[in-house]
Write a protein that binds this ligand. Structure first.
Ligand code: SF4
Length: 255
């Protein structure tokens, strides 16, 4: 079995540029303490290296208007190290290392699936997402998926994805629109998150008895008759990313 496949290539739903949806780590899983071993789904421009696309702003084709890209008064706080593993995967794709595959490759892998390991799934046509996540759901396979453009994207994606939120107002709006929210919040937001009945992500770095995403799978959207709460997690990652996140939140307060 190959370790990576091309799931789809076609025009971005954001701006029509040619993008690719890849699956990697089908055999050798990712080495990520928080998520645990998972297949990674990544979306990239076909004709521009991902780290260059971040600099040129062309990452909009796959990330839309996600606030983690950076904005008028804050820098990029996206936790994905685009110039490392994502670039390596893009280069492998360009030299033809990944054969054409489909959802059966995901089902055949022993690992859970991490959607959006890089970029936003609404940049891919809904029908392609539906093929993947309905098959995973039918097979009882675990996945995680977060959608940043939940206000504007095809609303059927709420079945498979969490709404990525930045503020308590986002959380309330997402719930009112039929999404389960996922809020990477500041320590001072925890009370508001609990008052909104969100559940704190159970993972603890210092406690090996707590579940990783691969086993937990709570962040998988909202099914019919699904009364599970949304999730909050105090913002984490490299210190300069947290600083940039704080600047973004600051800018929301002054708008
Ligand atoms: S709630 Fe579960 S799936 Fe969601 S981030 Fe936490 S460990 Fe991962």
């Amino acid at each position: 079995m190959t370790n990576g496949v091309v799931l789809w290539v076609g025009p971005s739903e954001v701006d029509g540029k040619v993008i690719v949806l890849l699956a990697t780590c089908l055999v050798s899983p990712s080495d990520n303490t928080k998520t645990g071993p998972m297949v990674q789904l990544l979306i990239m421009l076909v004709d521009e290296p991902p780290h260059e696309a971040v600099k040129s702003g062309n990452d909009k084709s796959v990330c839309g208007d996600c606030p983690a890209r950076g904005g008028p008064t804050w820098k990029n706080w996206c936790y994905v190290l685009v110039w490392q593993s994502v670039l390596k995967i893009w280069k492998a794709f360009k030299r033809g290392a990944y054969p054409k595959g489909d959802v059966s490759d995901l089902l055949a892998s022993r690992w859970s699936i991490r959607g959006g390991a890089y970029a936003n799934h609404s940049s891919v046509p809904f029908e392609e997402n539906e093929k993947i996540f309905s098959a995973l759901s039918d097979a009882g396979k675990k996945w995680t998926l977060y959608e940043h453009d939940w206000r504007n994207c095809d609303q059927r994606l709420a079945k498979w994805a969490m709404a990525s939120c930045e503020t308590i107002e986002d959380v309330r709006e997402a719930i009112s629109m039929g999404w389960r929210p996922y809020w990477a919040c500041l320590p001072e937001d925890i009370r508001a998150a609990k008052e909104e009945a969100l559940l704190e992500c159970p993972f603890r770095l210092d406690d090996p008895t707590t579940p990783q995403c691969a086993d937990c799978g709570l962040c998988n959207g909202k099914k019919e008759e699904d009364y599970r709460p949304g999730i909050f997690v105090p913002v984490h990652g490299a210190s300069h990313k947290i600083k940039n996140y704080n600047k973004m939140r600051e800018s929301l307060r002054v708008i």
